[in-house]
Design a protein. Structure first.
Length: 94
């Protein structure tokens, strides 16, 4: 699968998925400070599933009516964040 990690997505998720057979692009590497609209356009153009911790993306995608590959909203409590990368990678594999 192809993923695009928004800047809000913990970089541990990017590293964990990159160690698997998945391709992961990171907005933090490509265009730091990019607008949400730019991120959505890139995900559509590159046919990537968007990884984010920003709840606004669901509204953007739904309101735009655009065909979208998908959005994974990652939400972890503070006391579980040390395992965020491994848990997300494991869930994606399932």
């Amino acid at each position: 699968m192809r993923f695009l990690a928004d800047e809000s997505c913990d970089y541990a998720v990017v590293r964990a998925l990159s160690r698997t057979s998945h391709e992961v692009l990171a907005v933090a590497d490509l265009s730091p400070g990019a607008s949400d609209e730019w991120v959505i356009e890139l995900a559509l153009r590159e046919r990537c599933i968007l990884l984010t911790e920003d709840k606004d993306f669901g509204q953007f995608v739904h309101a735009s009516g655009a065909r979208f590959v998908g959005v994974i909203l990652v939400r972890f409590p503070a006391d579980a964040r040390s395992h965020i990368g491994e848990v997300v990678a494991e869930l994606v594999e399932r």
